[in-house]
Design a protein around this ligand. Structure first.
Ligand code: WTA
Length: 644
């Protein structure tokens, strides 16, 4: 087993301690979590710990539910006495020539309080929704914590999403206002966030206000009466805003995520349980110790950014690094340059980034001093052993434990993951469950639980943990239907999984119509509905296919309207169309013109066949006799698009 390098001192847990703590956590969750909950400061301590029910029709999840707490107090105020002058956030800008900023806990407190007062001045009240459409700048963290301070529920929309996607989310959660920035520098280019927000707001109630952070100073359109200059206003308001006492079960945030059907779901996370879980996992999984400099390279627009850039590390009083740029700007050494410059101890990224950098050659990483690194992490998709080995050799220099963390937007925090110094790793396996997590493997068709150690099937979780999502915003039925209806009594993850004879878990990928493109989760149904909204398109079916860099790529079969001829121009137009409907991350890698799609006699598209063709595995199409017109398959195979 790889220990943490010895000059860092012993890890929080070793193998024996892990076993002991894990046993208690699943055998006596009340006692275990009753103690762990105390890592936070409560305004009124809880007397109840766990009150959860996975019974379909009756699903209800509550943790610490008579406790009263405020998340911003836990991430900011409570650190002031001991570490007011310690850096809370290191901001590393897109352009390496611009200076980094070090924001202390005291400064963070000042900003969060002021921004909270700005929100109050705009009439935002407890329980109101605030959409945040910001790049990776400290103001994104201020805005999150300001919402938490006054009991407003934030919903971050990834800055790479289009105006349409933004509008849908503003409308679905009924946001009172949206917080954005003028423009967002990334990789030397600028995303016009404010003008995207302007376009989105055309589709929203005219009561929705727009709070603008002037970040670059680029020119923007200003709509007086609706738009507010946040930085100017922060100067005017009081630097003190009393925190609102919140119930542990009050929602902290909503985050939209893709499912196998329909529009994205608003995943709702709680205040108390979520924060306990985010803080605890951040400490144990990264073996975080006081004084460490910790960097998660995700974006705050995804759950990883919520739990492991903002809430987890700040609840622990950590120094957390926020990086505005990209791994390859100005060159493929940027990550390592930043690690060296800020003496980063824990580094957490996605396999897709590692694969991209690996392709550029080791010279970009070899020239930096990476001796500060202690633990390396990955998230978002299974890591292929080649990428794991490269990360280990060139970044970890053969000395750092690697934690491959499996989890989901829905789970709030890590679920299956090694602990540094406690879990021997196997490249490609997320290894063993975190404390309190009871994974089970079920037979996908019979739903029978597989009791042998070595088993394969769908991954479910048998009991609740504090970080679990509580509901789908505005649709508890959909919550139960999605996660608790197929395998009764269990939380269904949507992932396939194999457990080896050592009891190690290997995630094999989604078993539903969700695909994972560069670690970004995408519903094929979303891309399809974007495509069919184009006037030339009659029908579309989208599947994933293995992609060397992205993990999975997007393969779209498109049937055109009768009077429309396929052309390269039309293909480009459709690509542009999907970019504007959803965002650049949803652009299909392949569009194949399909005169017909393989359907059953009842009209259901047989995606299994489309997946096989996209994978170029046409020898194993299986039974196609139930198709209404089997000849469409021959056409699709003959005209299979060149994916080069
Ligand atoms: C996949 C991201 C294998 C999985 C935190 C899951 C992984 C989905 C891993 C959730 C991993 C995430 N190994 N697969 N270490 N981490 N996944 O909601 O399919 O964006 O269901 O949350 O990503 O994606 P989401």
């Amino acid at each position: 087993m790889r220990e943490v390098p010895s000059h860092f001192g012993p890890a929080h847990v070793d193998a024996a301690k892990y076993r002991e703590m894990y046993s208690e956590s699943v055998e006596n969750p009340e006692a275990f979590w009753g103690r762990e909950g105390k890592r936070l400061d409560w305004i009124t301590p809880y007397t109840k710990v766990k009150d959860t029910d996975f019974t379909f029709g009756n699903v209800s999840i509550k943790w610490f539910h008579d406790g009263v707490i405020n998340a911003s107090v836990n991430c900011v105020d409570r650190h002031l006495a001991k570490r007011g002058d310690q850096t809370a956030i290191i901001f590393e800008p897109d352009d390496p020539k611009d200076p980094a900023q070090h924001i202390t806990y005291r400064e963070l407190s000042d900003k969060v309080n002021r921004m909270a007062n700005v929100l109050l001045s705009q009439g935002v009240m407890r329980g109101d929704r605030v959409v945040i459409y910001l790049p990776m700048i400290p103001e994104a963290a201020y805005a999150m914590l300001a919402c938490a301070r006054i009991g407003a529920i934030h919903s971050i929309v990834f800055a790479g999403f289009s105006p349409d996607a933004l509008a849908n989310r503003i409308n679905d959660c009924g946001a009172k206002l949206v917080i954005t920035a003028d423009t967002a520098p990334r990789g030397g280019r600028r995303t016009p966030l404010k003008s995207n927000a302007d376009a989105a707001l055309l589709h929203c109630s005219d009561k929705v206000r727009c709070l603008v952070i002037k970040h670059t100073g680029d020119q923007i359109t200003w709509i007086s009466g609706r738009d507010v200059d946040v930085k100017a206003m922060m100067e005017e308001v009081s630097p003190e805003c009393p925190p609102r006492p919140m119930n542990a079960e009050d929602p902290l945030f909503i985050l939209y995520t893709s499912g196998s059907t329909g529009k994205p779901k608003g995943v709702v996370h709680s205040t108390g349980g979520y924060l306990v879980y985010a803080a605890m996992t951040q400490e144990y999984v990264f073996d975080y110790h006081d004084g460490d400099v910790y960097w998660c390279s995700a974006d705050v627009g995804w759950v990883t950014g919520h739990s492991y850039i903002v809430y987890g590390p700040l609840a622990n009083g950590a120094t957390t690094l926020m990086f505005e740029g990209t791994p390859t700007y100005p060159d493929a050494g940027r990550f390592w340059e930043v690690c060296e410059k800020h003496k980063v101890n824990q580094f957490y990224t996605a396999p897709t980034a590692i694969r991209a950098l690996m392709g550029q050659g080791p010279q970009y990483v070899e020239k930096y001093d990476l001796s500060s690194l202690k633990v390396l992490g990955t998230v978002g998709e299974p890591i292929n052993p080649e990428a794991w080995a490269w990360y280990d050799k060139y970044v970890g220099r053969g000395k750092c434990p690697i934690v491959d963390t499996w989890w989901q937007t829905e789970t709030g925090g890590h679920m299956i993951t090694p602990l540094p110094g406690a879990t021997p790793t196997k490249p490609g396996s997320a290894t063993r469950p975190f404390f309190g997590v009871k994974p089970v493997i079920l037979d996908p068709t019979t739903a029978v639980k597989q009791d042998e150690t070595a088993a394969e099937g769908v991954l479910c979780i048998a009991d609740s943990w504090p970080g679990q999502m509580r509901t789908v915003w505005g649709d508890h039925e959909r919550f139960q239907e999605t996660y608790f209806s197929q395998y009764k009594g269990y939380y269904f993850t949507g992932d396939g999984c194999r457990r080896d004879s050592d009891g190690y878990y290997w995630i094999t990928g989604r078993v539903d119509d969700v695909i994972n493109v560069s670690g970004h989760r995408m519903g094929t149904a979303e891309v399809e509905s974007a495509l069919v909204a184009h006037q030339a398109v009659a029908e579309a079916a989208v599947v994933g296919f293995p992609h060397e860099l992205k993990g999975q790529g997007i393969y779209a079969y498109v049937t055109l309207m009768n009077d429309v001829e396929p052309s390269d121009d039309l293909r480009k137009d459709l690509e542009r169309w999907v970019r504007t409907e959803i965002g650049p991350i949803a652009k299909p890698d392949v569009i194949q013109w399909a005169p017909g799609l393989p359907k059953t006699r009842s009209g259901k598209i047989m995606r299994r066949i489309l997946r096989k063709i996209a994978e170029n595995d046409t020898g194993a199409l299986g039974d196609i006799s139930t198709l209404a017109d089997p000849s469409v398959v021959d056409d699709l195979i003959a005209n299979r698009a060149n994916k080069g």
